[in-house]
Design a protein around this ligand. Structure first.
Ligand code: NAP
Length: 265
């Protein structure tokens, strides 16, 4: 448990997709630290139970639910179970995501392309679609899409990932406009490179392919961020906390870039 928490989310229920590890784990923990009941979700039960257990051991509230965001039946089931138990769903963080293969567009198969869209775009759509009725019933809520700097600027890596993260950015903006009248705020967060299993695996693949040492690739990645290093999951979690707290009550349709200066060049 962190010191100096203010209980900003006391009594609220927060569903964080893909919170079995990585950025989602940090978000689930930071929201719980501020008093939210964190609903930890993902497909890896052991990791999900670990995260929820660590939150409970710190004196906060959390439970794990198996949730593959591409499976609408499961999305419906989890949302219903959470609502029936707690009587409200206040926060949804659409964090679950995959990077897909790093290769040029013309080498992608249709299946590879569609898989990235299925998780990153359709998954976020299904969760948003199914949470909105509960937020309306509760008089409002907050949705955050974890997009990426790759949804803002281009690169030579992961063309499907870029396209999906740009989609997340505009999904947040249209959601903000559609649901403002329901007191639901919708925003996007755009992380630079954050040290998580996703980035570590990406660098390991590159290291094997290019025959360059992992530490050298990590050094190159650090140098792409003017601040001198890649970020850590909590850097993103605190941004999400701000957006879903009442301190951001005038913030909707906004894009919060947290990238150590990567996109300022
Ligand atoms: P990660 O370490 O690979 O973690 C991804 C999370 O998503 C895991 O909890 C994984 O859990 C879950 N997930 C994957 N497929 C899923 C599915 N079909 N249904 C439900 N959950 C699924 O990735 P990360 O780096 O933490 O990234 C989290 C988000 O931040 C992603 O949307 C990513 O695009 C975005 N982002 C990351 C970076 C970065 O540098 N790390 C930068 C910008 C944006 P299970 O395997 O248990 O399902």
């Amino acid at each position: 448990m962190r010191e100096n928490t203010k209980g900003r989310l006391e009594g609220r229920t927060a569903i964080v997709t893909g919170s079995t590890y990585g950025i989602g784990e940090a978000i689930a923990k930071v929201l719980a630290d501020e008093g939210a009941i964190s609903i930890v979700t993902g497909r890896t039960e052991e990791e999900g139970e670990r995260v929820a257990g660590e939150i409970r051991s710190s004196g906060r509230s959390a439970e794990y639910h198996h949730l593959d965001v591409t499976d609408e039946e499961e999305v419906v089931k989890v949302m219903r179970a959470v609502y029936e138990k707690y009587g409200r769903i206040d926060i949804l963080v659409n964090n679950a995501g995959i990077s897909g293969p790093s290769k040029p567009t013309h080498e992608y198969t249709r299946e590879e392309w569609e898989r990235v869209f299925d998780v990153n775009v359709t998954g976020a759509f299904l969760c948003t679609k199914n949470v909105i009725p509960y937020m309306k019933r509760g008089g409002g809520g907050n949705i955050v899409y974890i997009s990426s700097i790759y949804g803002i600027v281009g690169s030579q890596d992961n063309p499907a990932y870029h396209a999906t993260k740009a989609a997340n950015r505009i999904m947040a903006k249209t959601g903000a406009l559609i649901y403002a009248k329901n007191n639901v705020r919708v925003n996007s967060v755009h992380p630079g490179f954050i040290w998580t299993p996703m980035v570590e695996d990406f660098l390991k693949d590159q290291s094997r392919e290019l025959g360059v040492a992992l530490e050298d690739l990590k050094g190159e990645l650090d140098a792409r961020h003017p601040i001198g290093h890649v970020g850590e999951p909590n850097d993103i979690a605190y941004g999400v906390l701000y957006l879903v707290s009442d301190e951001a009550k005038f913030v909707t349709g906004s894009e919060l870039i947290i990238d150590g200066g990567y996109t300022t060049r």
